[in-house]
Structure formats: C-alpha cells, structure tokens
Design a protein around this ligand. Structure first.
Ligand SMILES: NC(=O)c1ccc[n+]([C@@H]2O[C@H](COP(=O)([O-])OP(=O)(O)OC[C@H]3O[C@@H](n4cnc5c(N)ncnc54)[C@H](OP(=O)(O)O)[C@@H]3O)[C@@H](O)[C@H]2O)c1
Length: 303
C-alpha cells in the first residue's frame, strides 16, 4: 500500500517539484509516492496516451522549457541509448544546467557496472568492471551525469520486481523456467523500496549526507530457484522440472544469458546501515508476499 511507504518518509519542502524522465515501472511508482507526499510530480513517457504520461519526452522531440519551471528535483529512469549517450543529457543538459533551483538530481543506474565478481559482494567502493555492452553504456552514462556537477546522486539497482513484475507472472502464464546453476545468486529490489529510497535520499541530501553513488538492494541475494519455489508454494502452482544451466543456456536469449553470466551479491550497508534506510521488503519472501496480495486483490489468482 502506498500509505505504508509514505508513513516511513519525512515530508519534502512544500514547493518541491519533481520531474521524472521515464515513467515506466519504477518511475510511475516513484511518481505516485511523491504525489502522496504532497509534492508536484511530472512524469515523461514516449507516447501520447501512455498511462501516466504528464509530458512526452523522447530523444527525437524538443521539450518545452515550461516543464523545468520551478523544478527542484529531477530523476532519470531512462536507460542509455545504443550509442552510450544519455537520452536526457543529450537533449536537455543546457536546460538542466540553467535550472537554478535544483536541489537533487537522481539517476537510476544498474549494479551491472560492477561486472562479474564470481559471487563475491560488491559495495560502492568496489571497482567497477562492466563487461556487458549495456553495462559499459550504463557506466558511461553515470560518468556523463557525474561530470555535469549538478547535485547528482546515482542509485545502482539490481533486478527490479514488484506487483505485475515478479515470479508470479511467469508461473501464471506457464512460462517459468527453473534453471539450476549451483552457486549463482541474483540481488534484487522491490519497486516500493526504490520509491522509498529515492525520497529518503532526497531528504538526506538536503542535510549534506550526499554520497554520489548508493546501492539500492535488499538484504538477501538468492538463487532464482529458491525464489520460484517460494512463489509456487504460496500460489499453489506446480513447479516445472529443473534444467541444468549448461542445457538451459542453449535456448536462452542473448539478454537472458548475459544475466546468468555474471554473479555478484550487492551490499546495501551504505543505504541501510550508514544512512539508515529501513527496507519495506528486506528479502524476496516479504516482497513476494506483497506481490501475491496484490494479485489476490486484483482477483488475478484463485485463492
Ligand atoms: N528492470 C530491471 O530489473 C532493472 C535493473 C536495474 C536497473 N534498471 C534500470 O533502472 C531504470 C528503471 O527501470 P524500470 O524497469 O522501472 O524501467 P522501465 O519500466 O523499462 O521504464 C523505462 C522508462 O524509460 C523510458 N525510455 C526508454 N528509452 C527512452 C528514450 N530513448 N527516450 C525517452 N524515454 C525512454 C520508457 O518510456 P515509455 O514509458 O514510453 O516506454 C520508460 O518510461 C532503467 O534505466 C532500467 O534500465 C532496471
């Protein structure tokens, strides 16, 4: 429930205006929390008539400078272009640099920039070693944002899940694949904790607690098999047969395969211990229970 997120957060100054570039899965949730906190939020999408499109932004179209009037906070949730450029900076860098009221500029990045650590932990001081093309592009965008000298903060995210995007969707559609790769783990984060972290970090930033990079991950990196097994149990669905990775990889898309080729655990101590953010969903079990409640409330699953 949105109220559960909001009640944990301190209010923002009343005249705050947040512009979110990329109102997709995370952007919409962040916008919703911002509005419940009582601030003005404008969210972009690429197409007219897309749900939650307050304005249209894409790399081919000019944007009215009115959007920036009174903007105090900016968040980009847009991935890099295929040439490694950042879609927001390439079009709007000058307008951003001329926006004198900006107190915080956030950029949603990925923990892919750490590369493969063969299952070892990574924190914000770990060296970056992006190997996948998309992670190389992402790291380039991080550097482009940092170079602006705006009041920038980079949030590095592992796999994002939440209502509508979780293990239940593939279980319900019968497309779940149980891939067995011993020792492989994935870190993840519930979308509500992305939204919670954004506003938590905005408030801390105003107090001078402003690390330029923060990992936003839950406490429990886990093998995918455990996640699917837990989801199947609570949804009372049968599990597909487990397939060894060496066999499963032959039919994986290049994108899926790239995820399985890296193995790391994302450390969240900066966010959760040093800065003091309290996770709403500390692990996949609590997060999946929330996703399941949501499915039930939408009557998408028989109970
Ligand atoms: N999904 C994950 O597990 C994961 C993990 C780590 C990091 N991330 C990154 O974290 C951010 C948020 O993730 P998400 O899953 O919430 O994203 P999402 O649902 O895919 O939304 C991405 C948003 O960016 C917009 N967008 C994409 N390319 C654009 C372009 N060239 N110009 C203008 N707008 C563009 C999309 O527009 P439309 O709304 O019109 O489609 C959408 O609003 C993304 O940068 C994502 O790559 C994702």
């Amino acid at each position: 429930m949105i109220e559960d997120i909001v009640k944990r957060l301190d209010p923002l100054p009343p005249k705050s205006k947040l512009i979110i570039f990329g109102g997709g899965f995370s952007g919409q949730r962040i916008a919703c929390v911002g509005r419940h906190l009582g601030i003005k939020v404008l969210c972009s999408r690429r197409q007219e008539n897309s749900k939650g499109a307050d304005f249209i932004f894409n790399s081919d179209k000019e944007l009215s400078s009115e959007i920036f009037e009174g903007a105090t906070h900016i968040l980009s949730c847009i991935p890099p272009l295929s040439n490694g450029e950042d879609p927001v900076l390439i079009k709007l860098k000058t307008q951003l640099l001329n926006s004198k009221n900006l107190k915080w500029v956030g950029y949603l990045s990925t923990t892919g920039v750490y590369g493969d650590t063969r299952g070892e932990w990574v924190n914000e001081n770990s060296s970056t070693n992006p190997k996948q093309e998309r992670s190389i592009r992402r790291f380039s965008c991080e550097k482009q944002w940092l170079a602006t000298k705006l009041p920038i903060q980079i949030l590095r995210l592992p796999g994002i899940y939440g209502p509508g995007r979780s293990a239940f969707e593939s279980l319900l559609s019968g497309t779940t694949k149980m891939v067995d790769k011993p020792g492989q783990v994935f870190s993840r984060i519930h979308v509500d904790d992305i939204a919670g972290s954004v506003f938590f970090l905005i408030n801390l930033f105003a107090q001078g607690k402003n690390p330029s990079v923060v990992n936003v991950a839950d406490n429990l990196p886990t093998n995918n098999t455990e996640v699917i097994t837990f989801a199947a149990k609570i949804a009372k669905k049968s599990l597909p047969t487990s397939v060894p990775f060496e066999i499963a990889k032959k039919t994986m898309s290049p994108m899926a395969l790239s995820f399985w080729q890296e193995n790391r655990k994302v450390d969240n101590k900066l966010l959760c211990k040093k800065l003091g953010y309290s996770l709403i969903y500390p692990d996949f079990k609590s997060g999946l229970k929330n996703c399941f409640s949501n499915l039930k409330s939408q009557k998408r699953i028989a109970t």
